[in-house]
Design a protein around this ligand. Structure first.
Ligand code: PFF
Length: 464
């Protein structure tokens, strides 16, 4: 059932929207996940495929989501239902919105825990733990491993860092769209960019920049597997925060007259540039220290080893983790926004109450991830193919099922269900540009996503 409720909030400018949406997109996916999946999937050729996926699938799906949110001027489920009814179809299409908000909520429950690790690492680096670990070269790597091990196995520590993160996110959301979200991204996003560029320059000076550059940009297709292509497509999705309700909500706040196509392209470029600079900041350090480019937990496990023995390593390490916290935080506030906006719009709650209730729900759910990491018995429920504990299951369910499925439905909805005139008026593109985007939404995106989805659930395992 949908209702005729609307959101009244608007971004104060096009710039504010771009900053907020870029903040939502740039996150742990760029700084932590992208460098390591690039490492695992062969570098340059993977980067090229990833760029193509952003261009031909990510951008059109983002445009569709923003357009649905803007057209409906409502929270995701309601907006999708209204747009569907307007085109003479069933209000059941609200499912694309509800699935997104659900996915966003589940993602946030573990995202706040990982953001909490990054906050803990600011403290570790700032208090000289990295260089202290390096003081004895024989036990160096082990000491850094212990630092990480002690954090993730300690329920009280994880609870403290996660709670701090949730409280900060709730605080920003309780302040509203302009005073909360906009103000936060206005300070955090430029700071993040400056930190990232400084760290990249530092890496270029003290690290092995040439090897990093060659690793990231020398295209060797023999290193690319079919699975690598699918990982690139899946990540294009994750990194742009698609199918998580966010882009629909942010679209609902879009002022009239802002070009959805232009801003989507800018957000995608900004997100991609950050991911590439992150690679150019991390890999020179990794290569200079003979560490593994594909090490999964590299930014919390490998990088501190390197920082410990580098000039000004504790200081740069502190800046690095502050940057990770900022990036994670601007994504976390976006994720809470869609849940809070729903409570305000549909349940008539005040912003403050909605933020506190949504935040409490996230905090409670995060206990599942905390228990999983710390190895608690109760969190080791067997979820079968989704992994052995609550954290693995949430990660699997969101990244491998809900996001691809949501993206598939969004592209089908925008490509085949919404009336063409409606899509046309929202996109306001030149005729050839509109035709191109429609081909991408009707055929390229659904087929590509179907491919990723089939892979995620194991259907294509026989290929590799
Ligand atoms: N895009 C963000 C990142 O790359 O870390 C976070 C994110 C938000 C991922 C929402 C996925 C999502 F559905």
């Amino acid at each position: 059932m949908h209702t005729e409720t609307h959101v009244s909030n608007r971004w104060s400018s096009r710039y504010a929207y771009i900053l907020a949406a870029t903040g939502a997109a740039v996150g742990l996916g760029n700084l932590w996940k992208f460098p390591y999946i690039m490492g695992e999937n062969g570098g340059g050729a993977f980067v090229l495929v990833y760029l193509l996926c952003i261009l031909f699938i990510g951008i059109p799906v983002m445009m569709a989501e923003v357009a649905i949110g803007k057209r409906g001027r409502s929270t995701p489920a309601n907006a999708a239902a209204m747009v569907s009814v307007e085109s003479g179809h069933s209000s059941h299409w609200s499912v694309i919105g509800s699935m997104g908000v659900l996915a966003g909520f589940l993602i946030l429950s573990f995202y706040v825990v990982i953001a909490g690790w990054a906050a803990a690492y600011v403290l570790y680096a700032g208090t000289g733990e990295f260089s202290a670990a390096a003081a004895n070269s024989t036990t160096h790597a082990e000491a850094i491993g212990t630092l990480f091990g002690n954090l993730v196995s300690s329920i009280p520590q994880l609870l403290i860092w996660t709670t701090l993160t949730v409280v900060a996110v709730v605080y920003v959301i309780s302040k509203g769209v302009k005073d909360g979200l906009e103000t936060a991204v206005t300070y955090l996003m430029p700071a993040l960019l400056v930190l990232l560029i400084c760290i990249m320059c530092y890496s270029a000076i003290v690290g092995d920049f040439a090897s990093a550059f060659a690793f990231m940009f020398d295209v060797d297709f023999s290193k690319l597997t079919i699975k690598g292509v699918l990982v690139a497509l899946g990540h294009a999705f994750f990194t742009l925060s698609l199918a998580s309700g966010i882009m629909m909500v942010y679209g609902a706040y879009l002022p009239e007259g802002v070009s959805i196509a232009k801003t989507s392209i800018m957000i995608a470029i900004a997100d991609t540039v950050v991911a590439l600079i992150a690679g150019l900041a991390i890999y020179p350090i990794v290569f200079a220290h003979g560490l593994e480019p594909s090490a999964g937990g590299s930014i919390v496990q490998s990088l501190p080893i390197a920082f410990g023995s580098m000039p000004m390593g504790d200081f740069v390490g502190t800046l690095f983790f502050i940057m990770v916290v900022f990036a994670a935080f601007t994504s976390a506030i976006a994720l809470l926004e869609s849940a809070a906006a729903y409570l305000v719009e549909r349940q008539g709650l005040t912003r403050v109450k909605a933020a506190i209730i949504a935040g409490s729900g996230i905090w409670l759910l995060s206990l599942g991830t905390i228990g999983s990491l710390a190895g608690s018995e109760w969190a080791q429920i067997n979820f079968g193919f989704m992994g052995g504990n609550i954290f693995d299951a949430l990660d699997y369910l969101t990244a491998n099922i809900l996001l691809p499925l949501g993206g598939l439905l969004i592209s089908v909805f925008a490509g085949w269900i919404i009336k063409t005139e409606v899509v046309k008026s929202e996109f306001s593109l030149a005729p050839w540009q509109f035709s191109l985007v429609m081909v991408l939404l009707r055929f390229v995106a659904p087929l590509g996503i179907l491919f990723v989805f089939a892979n995620s659930v194991g259907v294509l395992d026989f290929i590799s």
